[in-house]
Design a protein around this ligand. Sequence first.
Ligand code: 0A1
Ligand code: ZN
Length: 850
Amino acid sequence: MTDTPIRLADYRPPSHLVDSVSLVFRLAPGETRVLSEIRFRPNPALPGRHDLRLDGEGLKLVSAAVDGAPVTASPDATGLTLPAGSLPGGAFTFTAEVEIDPAANTALEGLYMSNGMYCTQCEAEGFRKITFYPDRPDVMAPFRVRIESDLPVLLSNGNEVASGPGWAEWHDPWPKPSYLFALVAGDLVAHSAGYTTMSGRDVALNIWVRPGDEARCGYAMDSLIRSMTWDEEVYGREYDLDVFNIVAVDDFNMGAMENKGLNIFNSKYVLALPETATDDDFARIEAIIAHEYFHNWTGNRVTCRDWFQLCLKEGLTVFRDQQFSSDMRSAAVKRIEDVLTLRARQFREDDGPLAHPVRPEDYIEINNFYTATVYEKGAEVIGMLKRLVGDEAYDRALDLYFQRHDGQAATIEDWLTVFEDATGRDLSQFKLWYSEAGTPRLKVSDRFEAGRYTLEFEQVNPPTPDQPVKRPKVIPIAVGLLNPNGDEVVPTTVLEMTEPRQSFTFDGLASRPVPSILRGFSAPVVLERETSPEERAFLLAHDTDPFNKWEAGRALAKDVLARMVTEGAQPGPDWLDALARVAVDDALDPAFRALSLRLPGEDDMAHTLHSAGHVPDPARIHAARERMAEALAQRLEPQLGALIDALAEPGPFSPEARAAGRRALRLAALGLVTRRDGGARAEAAFRAANNMTEEVGALACLLEIGRGQEELGLFETRWSRDRLVMDKWFALQILHAAPDQTGATVERLTTHPAFEWKNPNRFRSVIGALSANHAGFHHASGAGYRLLADWLIRLDPLNPQTAARMSTAFETRARYDADRQAMMVAELDRILAAPSLSRDLGEMAGRMRR
Ligand code: 0A1
Ligand code: ZN
């Protein structure tokens, strides 16, 4: 590969600062003109005179001038350099006119079109596809934008200052980096509301959608208002413009984007009605609306100095949105779900060729670093910091962070210094969480003598690519101790481990306690402890910490499943009885019971088996998991009917967590019943469903047992005109296809007329579902690998970002047998040999090929 990496160590401050930016957009699909007027001044922190480098890609330069004098230099492939000698010694104005082609922009980065509407995506480096500019986050400026277009709705960042027929002008007073720039023009309608901030300022709230979709915005608006209130109450953060606009677009590479005052969302994370969106969709909408809104302070008011600091805004904002969701919903259930995601995505990433530190030190394409490690592990690191310093000190540190760094582009060093200054702690060892990749393993042994209980921990920090040797981390280990009768004798205490090996003692105990370790998943580590099934069952029954209660059941299930895979064992009565007790325990939250009934995923099992020294066989894992589900269905059969009936929700649909939890448990039970009754109950549930959760849930139950063809047809007829619902229709069939049918199902669906593969949501619903079907994707024929590579090669020239993200399906290659590995290598090589391979996909495939 010829692309050279960008390194954190090479960071240099910008040569020039920007005092103001003024832009005019004359919108036309094939030839949009962008006129810019940028007021520069030399950076006083850098003595001497310097060239000014402006980034610019794919721009047709019409004219450029410095203080009115034409620029003679010509642009190269990545930008334009104005030599120091050609620039005045002090401040000056750079003007330019460029032409761009939004209609031809399939990469969905820069200014592009979606269903006749113009929109932008500038993070991380899309602004350089709009005009020449120092496109780096440490250059911040106020923007003035004039949009000229016949389209009725013309939006940009900040407040609207003037408008007339065919034009509108916007001004954003808050200095911002170019990655937060946004523009939207379209035939849109608003779902509007108002909000009065804590200091009494009125803010207009609008969610802009295509005509016909305005009735689907209620939940997103409600989530936005709750987010605004929460950020005032919990973080003391107030909104700072007269208007907050959200726009839903159908073609979007990611979930959403926090552009200042003008968030742009994948329509999937805005539009929801009970009939069209599942409970998971509602929960995600709430979380993503909150996430983007919270960025207004953590990301926008305080931004990142450079892209290596991405976790500064993302880890913190994920942490904040997790706190918000757990306040809005059940904290225990939210924590379990977050840990499931962390393990499924981040532990997997950390364990393979794409492992990188929360703050990476080099990259080829920054878009490849919007990862589970930066986001989810970044959030875990903040959770640990809060646990170590305590809630009160965390609040003080955050106040200081906002006070000290408002209006700045900050670093992880700045962030940690704030905590050091607020608490007097030395965080140099803690900083290793940011600089070293890999998931620490925590081995535990214990002993009990004369009333003294000792827990001994050893941390092992395994090597990762380019980081062979690691240092010990600071690990907050939340521990509680239970008496053999189930009472808690030592309530949750946070032990602070800093050494490779460390012991902690508890005195004055009458008998040997049962430890509950890593309560609330207090650190992102793998706990390795030889535990008997009896002890796990004991904790499942008695632990007062809901996370560890669930974790005990989970570990038990994984032990059982591992033995079923490796030894062909049958699930014994211990696990079945323990789980059956949880399933029918009405004292427990139904959402918690539903999570407990969810069997370990196949990819998770493959990971676990590989870590334990086995070569996972996807077909065997699948077959064993099926047997496990059958055994559970059989064991619970007598109770399931009553459980389902008791959980029926009377009255109108409510998306709130309590009702969603009941639906989740009901569907878990329905899945089991379906294995016993041949689908009768699920068919009835499908036909009776008045909400998408139950409609899709019942259909999934049927597909799991190889039925549901008729229902798929009914579903398609009913929803063929609804893009978001049809994404579910595509995905379901692949996710629930039998291993030897997965490839054929994908091939059939990719020839379906509604398979619009250039739409990222639709592409993900098919090709993403392929890699999510573990046994299907890893089918011994290699068909899954081939199909994925075919489609990545096809998508890459049009949309490299999405192609690169989806290539991570190959990151687990090293787990599998030699045949599968060879087939994956061959596909990676085929990708690497593609004639117009992008930097994005090239970097990913290259790293996975090593
Ligand atoms: N900052 C956004 C995520 C995002 C990142 C990159 C994008 O395009 C490459 C788009 C969105 C967030 O955290 O929500
Ligand atoms: Zn974010």
